[in-house]
Ligand binder design. Structure first.
Ligand code: KG4
Ligand code: ZN
Length: 334
């Protein structure tokens, strides 16, 4: 079965083609324009999606060496995300459906991240613990199958990616902050400053990152009158990055032990973080199998949406097949 998948929930437009579970193409177009504003401007995001979606679809089909008539179904992200951005992808998918007579499968974006590690690791066994860690979400899931899973912990305030972005903004590093902090941290000392590891020793699997943000803000206010000297930026970045990474990794490993899972799957933009990857490698016991997707599958991408759509294809209800579904921007349930 050939499936065309569309992702446009935030500031990346992506179109992928999958042949069964194999990814034939997964093109991602990132919107640089938001860097000028230090964060995503929703109105600009939807306009940029409109500009590129048709041409990206044509390119993705070309890369997969397929024609639109070869497509058997269409998958599209319909929740959660920015309303205008989601609507661009959904309406484009519905238009393709009307033109080709093929069904559209609505997909939850977080569900895409949960299973993104399975695309390259088809033999990964359940039960597993999944950590979804991005700019909008930080949650742990206990997964029993592709259709049965539950949230076991979530951030009670900021997402981890949001903490990277907001602290990077305080330091005037640019947007998105995560990749910049990751790079700067490589030459820094992660033990230079002691930032809080919120909720690390609390029972349960919830997270909190807004205290860390406040702590860095006070640290900067108390120690520097205006700009932070460039030579100590790497130490600050490495130190607060370590605080985020340590909490994420320790809680995830604790969850794996509690739920008796030997497989851990990480997904979402922050899973691209090199220190997070190293930390898991250094601190997981040998009986744990920790899977990180390759970079294109960590960030927002349509291949992960297509993968979930493939899994859902045979169990769709009438509403899902009738094109009456719409965007559900605030859906919390994956
Ligand atoms: O999954 P994603 O592309 O979009 C959302 O659904 O949010 O994640 C974007 C987030 C941003 O907060 C960005 O700063 C963060 O992922 N990110 C990183 C890295 N690459 C992206 N955070 C830390 N280290 C990275 N290397
Ligand atoms: Zn995402």
């Amino acid at each position: 079965m050939n499936l065309l998948a569309i992702e446009s929930s935030c500031d990346d437009t992506s179109v992928a083609i999958l042949k069964d579970k194999e990814v034939l193409s997964n093109l991602i177009s990132s919107q640089e324009i938001h860097n000028l504003y230090g964060g995503i401007v929703p109105e600009l995001a939807s306009r940029k999606h409109i500009e590129i979606i048709s041409q990206l679809t044509a390119k993705s089909l070309e890369k997969a060496a397929l024609d639109i008539q070869d497509i058997d179904a269409i998958g599209v992200t319909n929740s959660p995300g920015l309303a205008g951005s989601l609507l661009v992808g959904i309406n484009f998918a519905k238009g393709l459906s009307l033109a080709t007579g093929k069904p559209v499968i609505p997909v939850n974006h977080i569900e895409g991240h949960i299973f993104s590690g399975h695309i390259e690791n088809p033999n990964l066994e359940f039960p597993a613990i999944s950590l979804v860690v991005s700019g909008g979400h930080t949650s742990l899931f206990f997964i029993e199958s592709f259709s049965k899973y539950k949230v076991i912990g979530s951030t009670i305030d900021d997402a981890a990616g949001e903490a990277f972005d907001k602290i990077a903004k305080m330091l005037d590093l640019g947007y998105p902050g995560g990749p910049i902090v990751d790079k700067l941290s490589k030459s820094g000392n992660r033990n230079a400053y002691d930032f809080p590891r919120s909720m690390l020793n609390k029972p349960g699997f919830d997270f909190s990152f807004s205290g860390l943000k406040t702590s860095v803000r006070y640290f900067l206010q108390n120690n520097f009158e205006s700009n932070v000297p460039e030579e100590i930026l790497p130490d600050i970045c490495a130190s607060f990055q370590e605080a985020i990474v340590e909490v994420l990794a320790k809680k995830t490993i604790k969850a794996a032990k509690y739920y008796n899972c030997k497989n851990i799957v990480i997904g979402g933009g922050v899973s691209a973080n090199s220190r997070l990857r190293d930390y898991f490698r250094e601190n997981s016991e040998s009986n744990l199998n920790v899977v990180f997707p390759s970079m294109d599958l960590c960030v927002d991408n349509a291949a992960m949406i297509g993968f979930v759509a493939q899994n859902k294809f045979h169990n769709l209800d009438e509403k899902e097949l009738s094109l009456t579904f719409t965007a559900d921007p605030r859906a919390t349930r994956a």
